[in-house]
Design a protein around this ligand. Structure first.
Ligand code: ATP
Ligand code: MG
Length: 195
């Protein structure tokens, strides 16, 4: 089995995440994509606004109709800071016969050299990098050892972010079509990101 891991804060999940997963799955022939909400993301200055449970439930809503997409709560259950190396090392032990790819947007690709235990992580996974508006995807700026571990796939530019969706909610503006309808309804029902 070839598994793509789509890590993120998912505060909330949006169509950029979903199209990245779909494109990576298609281009790299992934059997499944595992959406993995981070408990505490290592690289973010502020804590998520929605609870861990809510972020997980929004992911579940978003991928409900897609059997090969799964919501995995390993990082939430483990607690603490969610280092991808720890997550992948544990998964590889748990599923010795599976191969793992890790899907990331352009902002994260360029940030890879700063990731926790990146040399070891890069031995465990191939990264699948997708473009993201506002972030240049220039592999030549990465150290060669890392560059060789990133496979780029192209997808339509999606100028959407969780930050923008939270801001829209705060301003009382529409988030329709930026998130799946089921996620929009969940956000409204719970009154998330209103203030
Ligand atoms: P925030 O604004 O809170 O940082 P975000 O939209 O960047 O949220 P994250 O949960 O931080 O979402 O991102 C998870 C992963 O999805 C990262 O690898 C990120 O690069 C990727 N990603 C997020 N949005 C897009 C997008 N619009 N296009 C491509 N990749 C994306
Ligand atoms: Mg982000």
């Amino acid at each position: 089995m070839l598994i793509g891991i789509m890590g993120g804060t998912f505060d909330p999940i949006h169509i950029g995440h979903l199209l990245a997963a779909e494109t990576a799955a298609e281009e790299a022939n992934l059997d499944e994509v595992w959406f993995m909400p981070a408990n505490i993301p290592p690289h973010k200055a502020s804590a998520p606004l929605a609870t861990s449970q809510q972020r997980l439930e929004m992911v579940q809503c978003a991928i409900e109709s897609r059997p090969s997409f799964k919501a995995i709560d390993d990082e939430l259950k483990r607690g603490g800071t969610s280092y991808t190396f720890d997550t992948v090392a544990r998964l590889q032990q748990q599923y010795p016969d599976y191969r793992f790819h890790y899907i990331i947007g352009a902002d994260m690709v360029m940030y890879l050299p700063k990731w926790y235990r990146i040399e070891e992580l890069a031995q465990l996974v191939t990264f699948i990098g997708v473009g993201r508006p506002g972030y240049e995807l220039n592999l030549t700026e990465l150290p060669p050892a890392l560059r060789d571990r990133v496979q780029l796939v192209s997808m339509p530019a999606m100028e959407v972010s969780s930050t923008d969706i939270r801001k829209r909610r705060q301003e009382g503006r529409s988030i329709r079509y930026r998130v799946p309808e089921s996620v929009r309804q969940y956000i409204e029902r719970k009154g998330l990101y209103e203030s």
